[in-house]
Design a protein around this ligand. Sequence first.
Ligand code: MRU
Length: 368
Amino acid sequence: MNVNGQRYRTIWVADDGRTVEIIDQTRFPHTFETISLESLEAAAHAIRVMQVRGAPLIGATAAYGIALAMRADASDEALMMACSTLLETRPTAVNLRWALDLMRKALLPLPPEAREAVAYKLANEVCDEDIAINMSIGLHGSEIIANIARTKKPGESVNVLTHCNAGWLATVDWGTATAPIYMAHDGGIPVHVWVDETRPRNQGAFLTAWELGQHGVPHTVIVDNAGGHLMQNGEVDLVIVGTDRTTAHGDVCNKIGTYLKALAARDCGIPFYVALPSPTIDFTLSDGLRQIPIEERGGEEVSRITGRTRSGAIETIDIVADKSPVANPAFDVTPARLVTGLITERGVLEPNQQAIASAFPERISSAA
Ligand code: MRU
């Protein structure tokens, strides 16, 4: 996508053909800065501290992390160690395991001297595939928006509510939940996006609002608790969110607070869609509530907030009473029964085992 008129992906290989470049997402929205990753450790650190985040981009960074590891040492032991180091960085987004499985299975049978080149090639392919998937999600999802525009909102903006950042910053390009929005907007359909700020890390306010603004998509940032009220008052036509892991039965794990939006949407009769690239489906799981590991992040994300002061300085301040304990579960699970449809690269699916299995039969056999 465009940043101040210049075309960017969120991750790419530098001109030296080895160094991996990322956009530092901990510096948004006030600073745009890139970081060079030169080692496995740097890639693992980038995922752990959320310089890169979002399920698809975590997977892509892990793939390049393996390539960087193979550059230093391409032995079997180094490959297995790199996979386990990266797998431990964040627990919830299944794209991480998906990418590491893909890299390990392709590289282990090769002689060590062939591994580095193949690893870079595969990581590049993971990125290209992510973009193709998201464009396809965009095409299918924009039809939903176009249909609402035609049948319910002729001459008016379609109001989409989204949570967290499932935008291009969370992927290699286009985003998942945002791809339908960008395509509808580019196709001349008037769209307006309600952007949940998404406490505690504010991915909505810091990232989604920034990228929608760069693309010229009308949007409004709201506090997380405003969505229900807006839905009750007819100000939301549909909800589109992303996901970090969706089970074979259609339970959707996404950023904390997504479940509450799904409940409000159901109560108000508003369609609740999940943009779901197939690498985010975990075919080994059937019960999202019991089986998906929910990341518990540091309490300082809740008790502190970072922003720009009037003088232009970036500062972090405490916002919770010193002695109050805090908890920070980072994701929640929305049961399939609350989901209207899964917008995948192979079309919009009902959130159930049969529909998911028949759309992705090749993934069923590889998960067995
Ligand atoms: O903790 P984060 O910022 O990595 O969480 C991101 C989300 O929850 C996104 O909605 C999800 O990864 C979908 S990204 C296309």
